[in-house]
Write a protein that binds this ligand. Structure first.
Ligand code: AMP
Length: 560
């Protein structure tokens, strides 16, 4: 089955999906459509968002639904309001030419009375979040006696959001004769337990497994200390012009901070996180979909349910704990046959986490250098021409007589002037900025917001001083609080900066949560030097000797 026209779906459905541009079924659709059309067993499908799972279950169900009955036949449960609205919209699109089919969304955070009123329309399909569905059951506003199909979408997410009791109640309130389809990105213990208790001999399919990483996404990572992270982010955005991207953060506070920073610096960006009201979140998502903003800073949870297919970049401002989340985030770019770029900012002390992500996901990642002002201008020049060549229509009229005589200039001179005009602000900003890669790596893990402004100012002072010193050829002043070590391995041992960070982090990891600050790392051919905060000197001296790197003995001594 390579084309939808080869399925047995009704002409009304084929017409609707044809208008949406669907030609060939996705992998999960190839597996579920014939199964649901012909089998009565329950189903467990391991699949993530973006694989086309909404159409995978709803197209065959729409094909079989009884449009002469006005009873609820399909109930879809999903974790969030956004996803609920997205699924409802998709199903309404698929059933556009099925005049008697009605779909209603029910979710929390919105008037229950309005939803009860809309249920009076007698929809055959309900898409809801578990909490609100239970509320409506308690108010006797939902009649589940005729349910044929129950879909648990993102079951793992619903369970991790604490909907276990609600799910169990709904599963036991619906007729035993129903067919249940459980969709989940991961097969957690809880998901296994629910399926064991409530699904009967389910057929299992798995699509786009976690480790199946999309090949069309290029992965880059950049090691940068906390205090320089925002500046590094700015540079990475500037060196990737014309991007349409999501920047993932770990907390709501960090999300807002990063978005504020970008907005203050003139980017068309905004924040999406759970501290915003529903109306605010809707507005941000709408702006992003319409490309009124081209950078969305979001938490993982808030970004769920946001359905955009044309992201050029995904930026991991902070690494997630779970490697699967990393794959999931990255997979939001590189969709619909396009290439994508995933960029991760790594704090020095996160080297172990990065290694874990690499080894679990088998993703090939390349370490990049934070671009210098010069790199950025070069990239921007490319971006200006890319945008110019993309203009194929006249957006406004004007008389050629308004154009002055340009015959005194060559084509190149005109292009030069255009670029100077377009990139002037950026060039001025980066004119005297230092190269971030030449700065000391700082590993101080930090949520000490109140110190930030002070730190930022100090950083700038320090780097400007550093620049001046470099220009005048004098050696850099060593930080009094650091100890410089000689280390017996070097480039010949394939030692990389990230390995050294990892070794230091392991050697200095103690019971206390305090992390050692790491200074300069200099890798030479046969040996290396690194700096570590003085109070960790003994940990380095006593622990490194008992560790090995690629089977080789390691030795660190205080350098002269
Ligand atoms: P989902 O996994 O259901 O969130 O779907 C991801 C995206 O793929 C949505 O934007 C769908 O509209 C789109 N989509 C689903 N099935 C197909 C298909 N067979 N061909 C093209 N796009 C599809």
């Amino acid at each position: 089955m390579n084309l939808f026209t080869e399925t047995n779906l009704s002409p009304d459905i084929l017409k609707a999906i044809g208008e949406l541009g669907y030609e060939s079924p996705t992998e999960i659709q190839k597996q579920t459509i014939p199964f649901i059309l012909s089998d009565i067993r329950d189903l467990i499908a391991l699949a993530q968002t973006g694989t086309g799972k909404t159409a995978a279950f709803s197209l065959p169900i729409l094909d079989m639904i009884d449009d002469t009955s006005r009873k609820i036949q399909l109930l879809v449960l999903c974790p969030t309001r956004e996803l609920c609205l997205q699924i409802t919209k998709d199903i309404k699109n698929y059933s556009k030419y099925m005049k008697d089919i009605k779909t209603t969304a029910v979710y929390g955070g919105s008037s229950i009375m309005d939803q009860i009123r809309s249920l009076k329309d007698k929809p055959q399909i309900i898409v809801g979040t578990p909490g609100r569905v239970i509320d409506l059951i308690n108010r006797k506003a939902l009649d589940f006696s005729a349910i044929h199909w129950l879909v648990l979408d993102e079951a793992d997410e619903m369970l991790s959001m604490g909907f276990k009791d609600e799910l169990e109640t709904i599963l036991s309130e619906t007729p035993e004769t129903k067919q249940t389809f459980l969709f989940s990105a991961t097969m957690s213990k809880e998901v296994e337990r629910i399926s064991k208790n409530y699904l009967t001999k389910p057929h299992r399919i798995s699509v786009g497994s976690i480790n199946e990483v999309k090949k069309n996404i290029k992965h880059e990572y950049y090691v940068i200390g906390y205090r320089q992270k925002k500046e590094a982010l700015k540079r990475l955005i500037d060196s990737n012009p014309n991007q349409y991207s999501i920047i993932f953060c770990r907390t709501r506070m960090e999300t807002q901070e990063v978005a504020d920073f970008l907005m203050q610096n003139g980017y068309a960006a905004d924040a999406l996180h759970g501290d915003l009201s529903q109306a605010q979140r809707d507005t941000v998502m709408k702006k992003f979909r319409l490309k009124n903003i081209d950078i969305l800073v979001a938490t993982d949870v808030a970004a769920r349910g946001l359905d955009v297919n044309s992201l050029t970049h995904v930026i991991h401002y902070s690494l997630p704990d779970d490697p699967e989340v990393f794959v999931h985030r990255s997979g939001r770019t590189g969709r619909a046959g396009k290439d994508g770029i995933s960029i991760a900012l790594i704090k020095p002390e996160e080297s172990r986490k990065l290694k874990q992500i690499k080894s679990v996901t088998k993703i090939e990642m390349h370490e990049g250098k934070i671009p210098t002002g010069e790199d950025i201008i070069k990239a921007q020049v490319g971006g200006v021409f890319e945008s110019l060549f993309e203009i194929h229509e006249d957006f406004f009229e004007f008389d050629d007589s308004l154009i002055p005589d340009l015959s005194a200039f060559t084509k190149e001179e005109l292009a030069h002037k255009l670029l100077q005009f377009q990139l002037k602000d950026l060039a001025l900003y980066y004119k005297d900025r230092h190269d971030l890669m030449e700065q000391k790596l700082s590993s101080r893990d930090d949520d000490r917001g109140s110190r930030r402004d002070r730190d930022r100012g100090r950083d700038r002072d320090r780097s400007e001083r550093g620049d001046r010193r470099e220009r005048s050829g004098k050696p850099r002043k060593r930080n009094e609080d650091m100890v410089r070590f000689f280390f017996n391995l070097g480039k010949k041992d394939q030692l990389k900066k990230l390995d050294v960070l990892d070794i230091i982090n392991k050697a200095t990891a103690g019971k206390s949560k305090k992390r050692a600050e790491i200074g300069d790392i200099e890798i030479l051919e046969k040996f290396s030097f690194f700096e570590v905060e003085k109070s960790f000197k003994d940990n380095v001296l006593s622990n490194i000797g008992s560790m090995k790197f690629k089977g080789k003995e390691m030795r660190a001594e205080v350098a002269n």
